[in-house]
Design a protein around this ligand. Structure first.
Ligand code: AMP
Length: 158
């Protein structure tokens, strides 16, 4: 019963927990690195999702990945920014969560990622869930549970 209440508290008001696709800064895989650098610098997020023409999530890209591509032994070749596309540098191994993903799995993924992309059944991009929002929820959940329940220490817990 308490397990069900935990799920309820974590997922209550889902709209507030998830950031909708239209509010998320994204890049297309065929954008040039020059465009990508401009977008990342302007939005000030370190990592953002990459979509293809069918609106499917195909990667994640950061300024560091872009700079790594154009950095030589002694200098950064800014003139090469127009030569490469986002798909040439993006990270392609990343988790995607779906409507039916268990809360435990989302929590596990958020140990290593500061946000996770949410896809529909066709993996089309519908939004993100951030570690920050989920931590706020966990804080709220702990407060609610201690308000609603009396916790009794088990005899053999030590
Ligand atoms: P925050 O929870 O705001 O610290 O965000 C954590 C990470 O999620 C950021 O560093 C970004 O990589 C990503 N992120 C959060 N909000 C957005 C957004 N609106 N657009 C793109 N990426 C975002």
């Amino acid at each position: 019963m308490i397990h069900k209440r935990i799920q309820e508290l974590l997922l209550e008001d889902r709209d507030k927990l998830f950031i909708d696709a239209e509010k998320v800064a994204i890049l297309q895989e065929d954008h040039t690195l020059e465009h990508a650098m401009l977008v990342l610098t302007n939005v000030r997020y370190s990592l953002i999702p990459v979509l293809n023409k069918e609106n499917k999530i195909v990667g994640l890209v950061s300024l560091a990945m872009i700079l790594h591509k154009i950095t030589g032994v002694e200098q950064i070749h800014m003139n090469q920014l127009g030569k490469y596309k986002v798909r040439d540098v993006m990270r392609t191994e990343f988790p995607i969560i779906h409507q039916d993903t268990q809360v435990e799995d989302v929590l596990n993924e958020l140990v290593d990622e500061s946000f996770i992309c949410i896809g529909n059944d066709e993996d089309e991009f519908v939004g993100i869930v951030t570690r920050k929002e989920l931590l706020k929820r966990i804080n709220f959940m702990v407060h609610e549970l201690t308000r609603e329940y009396d916790f009794v220490e088990k005899e053999n817990s030590k």
